[in-house]
Design a protein around this ligand. Structure first.
Ligand code: NDP
Length: 494
């Protein structure tokens, strides 16, 4: 095993991800599996860095001294800025500020203003023509910090325009809702032309296997191209040098073909829209197999409930940009398989089951299930929106009634509102909805309960992963939050 270059406790210079800025950090640990160093900045921020993003302090100072002789005063001044030196208020500086700092430090002063202008300049005109949008969001890769600049425009589809400051030429137009509407129109036209969608039910396994092969081929392509990707575009994980592990985990963070972001597309389009399409095909297959003029009420419930979930996800699509999947995980087999195969072919199990096992619901049962779904959806949407709004703009006057705990990173934690009741109110809402998806199928078989069981395991595991990640990020502030908000997902129980 190769020797570890930097030792625990050693003070070194660590690159701030996505920039050319180096700050003094202390090495906390080294993970031989991922080959990453966990380091802590002076303000308490902990990050995982690759070896090539670390320099020894002595070597760095020697190089800096020799280079600084030829530098402009402006450049020297900018280098003294660091996340470690920021005050609580300024440490939550925006992506634009971070990017500006990076640019200021790495570009000679003669070209600096032009480059900075190029990077930050918003050029909405062609996009305003091509799509209507309500928000202009500025993101920075790795989501170390995010600047949202809301610009409300007329917008029937809630499309969102996103600039990625790490790739100044790249910007996403998030049109998830528009995509599902277009897909629905295409399906309607195809049905009108005589397409038999029940084929999806009769060839379910074949389609699943074919999609699995596509996901595998895609993963091979992703792995091969990642070998040629620049270092700064690789994911922090999936970078171990072990071919099998890196193939599985994903080596490149956001592989793109020109401006087309493959990971974002797979996360939000084929799987989610395919899920709804398969459910719909199951409703048609049920009518055909059971000689019904309309789908059973249980099939209608399952279809509508899951459609609502997907449409809500696509409508609020920008939330994906702050998730672990998009910001930290590389795009490899794990995500390709999950997005393209797992979601559409296993989340449709309730509808698949109902085709052969119709389960007509009495009116009271139907009403109870609908109420359960609506309660779950209300908790899920309200709690997610509360946190998203707070993260987007912590000083939003509409949120001033919420109590918070400051943390060393400059971010605060909510300790009242939904996040003051339990630590994951959004998971509780999601679980109640999952229950409402399985109940219409009755209790005679385990298959339709697969999602509920899988989801409990997934969310409990995700919760504990998030707990340790937050403890690492926020230290004693997180412990204080946990003391104040004792329960994780179910009030007074868990
Ligand atoms: P969360 O949206 O709960 O995000 C957790 C993060 O929120 C933490 O890392 C922290 O990040 C921030 N946070 C935690 N507590 C607080 C607080 N008190 N105040 C402010 N910020 C806080 O987790 P997920 O990304 O796992 O889930 C998002 C949604 O997606 C959920 O509704 C979940 O149910 C759903 N989901 C659905 C799946 C499915 O297959 N159907 C799969 C996975 C998730 P930071 O401080 O850095 O902002």
């Amino acid at each position: 095993m190769p020797a570890v270059k930097y030792q625990k406790g050693e003070k070194v210079m660590g690159r701030w991800p996505g920039s050319n800025l180096y700050y003094e950090v202390k090495v906390l640990s080294f993970d031989s599996m991922s080959q990453l160093y966990t380091v802590i900045y002076k303000d308490g921020t902990e990050l995982e860095l690759k070896e090539q993003d670390i320099k020894s302090a002595a070597g760095f100072q020697a190089r800096s001294r020799s280079r600084s002789r030829s530098r402009s005063p402006g450049r020297r001044r900018s280098r003294s800025r660091s996340p470690a030196r920021t005050t609580r208020r300024s440490s939550s500086r925006t992506a634009a500020a971070v990017a500006a700092a990076a640019i200021t430090d790495s570009v000679p002063s003669s070209r600096r203003e032009t480059r900075l202008k190029d990077t930050l300049e918003v050029r909405p005109s062609p996009l305003v023509i091509s799509t209507s949008h309500s928000y202009l969001h500025l993101y920075w890769s790795h989501n170390i910090d995010v600047k949202f600049t809301p610009t409300r425009l007329q917008n029937p589809f809630n499309a969102v325009l996103v600039f990625d400051l790490s790739h100044p030429s790249v910007l996403y137009v998030l049109t998830g809702f528009f995509a599902i509407v277009v897909s629905a129109v295409v399906v309607a036209v195809a049905l009108h032309q005589g397409l038999d969608l029940t084929y999806i039910h009769s060839h379910f396994l074949q389609l699943a296997v074919a999609t699995f092969l596509i996901a595998t081929l895609l993963s091979v392509y992703l792995y091969v191209r990642s070998r040629y990707a620049p270092q700064e575009q690789l994911a922090l994980g999936g970078n171990s040098g072990n071919v099998v592990y890196d193939f599985f985990k994903g080596h490149e963070l956001n592989p793109r073909i020109k401006d087309f972001d493959l990971k974002f597309f797979c996360e939000m389009r084929p799987g989610l829209i395919g899920w709804c399409l398969i459910n719909f095909a199951m409703a048609l297959a049920e009518m055909k197999q059971q000689n019904l003029e309309a789908p059973s009420n249980s099939m209608i419930l399952v279809n509508l409930f899951q459609l609502l979930y997907v449409v809500d996800g696509l409508w609020n699509e920008e939330a994906i940009l702050t998730t672990m999947d998009l910001m930290h995980d590389g795009f490899g087999f794990m995500l390709a398989f999950g997005d393209l195969v797992w979601v559409p072919f296993t989340y449709t199990m309730q509808a698949y089951y109902l085709v052969r096992h119709p389960n007509p619901l009495s009116f009271p049962a139907l009403t109870a299930i609908v109420i359960l779904k609506l309660v779950g959806f209300y908790i899920f949407r309200k709690s997610n929106s509360e946190k998203n709004a707070f993260r987007r703009n912590p000083s939003d006057p509409k949120l001033s009634y919420l109590k918070t705990i400051p943390t060393a990173t400059g971010k605060s934690l909510l300790v009242s509102g939904w996040w003051g009741v339990i630590r994951h109110p959004n998971y509780l809402g999601d679980l109640l909805m999952a229950l409402a998806w399985s109940l219409p199928c009755g209790f005679s078989h385990l298959l339709p309960w697969y999602y509920m069981i899988y989801f409990i395991i997934l969310l409990v595991h995700r919760d504990s992963r998030d707990m340790s990640e937050c403890r690492r990020k926020y230290g004693s502030a997180w412990d204080e939050y946990c003391r104040t908000v004792r329960y994780r997902i179910i009030p007074c129980v868990y």
